[in-house]
Ligand binder design. Structure first.
Ligand code: PGA
Length: 248
């Protein structure tokens, strides 16, 4: 089985300013980060250039969203071409807040994934069920359907990581248990094996996101199908270093 490099993404969301993000960047640049972990920080659009200019080159930067076409009359949007032009290689797409606060549907998310990949951006593609869906027993159905829309728009899986983020765990302090995370990750990998290929199932990184902290990261990271994290709140704190080093 192909070894999957552990991947830790930080999602700063709409937080920080040059002072606080600058301090965080200094912490990351000077910390001892495990060599075997790929690290990517998702900065607010206006600070993408600042983050790229100041973060150590070994730390990647991600935009938190982008639009589905290269340019035009789309006030307020940014394109993958612009993101690449700022030296940034990643974009987070389909995040729960884009889906549920800003009403982005699967079709639009799929179009964004396709366009980002066509423009050589790598994509952190997010999926996850809401509490009522979990309680209704439809978690698998929901995450398979979301994954299918993403998969239909991916040609090169080497440029995609999948982030499983149960909506009920995001920003709530209610982390999925290691068993709950492992169960969904394993099923997602089986779905990928059945619907895409063995090679993609073995190589694609499936991240867990939702109230990951320095305290719970090691146990989550010990699960065989948890290949990393997408971290919100704790990515703004020095404990992000502990999360990066969860497998060290
Ligand atoms: P959280 O956010 O770690 O604050 O729960 C995770 C995310 O939204 O990616």
């Amino acid at each position: 089985m192909a070894a999957r490099k552990f991947f830790v993404g930080g999602n700063w969301k709409m937080n920080g300013d040059k002072k606080s993000l600058g301090d965080l960047i200094t912490t990351l640049n000077t910390a001892a980060l495990h060599d075997e972990t790929e690290v990517v920080c998702g900065a607010p659009t206006i600070y993408l250039d600042f983050a790229r200019a100041n973060l150590d080159p070994k730390i990647g930067v991600a935009a938190q969203n982008c639009y589905k076409v290269a340019k035009g009359a789309f006030t307020g949007e940014i394109s993958p071409a612009m993101i690449k032009d700022c030296g940034i290689d990643w974009v987070i797409l389909g995040h729960s807040e884009r889906r549920h606060v800003f009403g982005e549907g699967d079709e639009l998310i799929g179009q964004k994934v396709a366009h980002a990949l066509e423009n050589d951006l790598s994509v952190i593609a997010c999926i996850g069920e809401k509490l009522e869906e979990r309680e209704a027993g439809t978690t698998e159905e929901v995450v398979y359907a979301q994954t299918k829309v993403i998969a239909d728009n991916v040609k090169d899986w080497a440029k995609v990581v999948l982030a499983y983020e149960p909506v009920w765990a995001i920003g709530t302090g209610k982390t999925a248990t290691p068993e709950q995370a492992q169960e969904v990750h394993e099923k997602l990998r089986e779905w990928i094996r059945a619907n895409i290929s063995d090679a993609v199932a073995d190589s694609v990184r499936i991240l867990y996101g939702g109230s990951v902290t320095g305290g719970n990261c090691k146990e989550l990271a010990s699960q065989p199908d948890v290949d990393g994290f997408l971290v919100g709140g704790a990515s703004l704190k020095p404990e992000f270093v502990d999360i990066i080093n969860a497998r060290a």
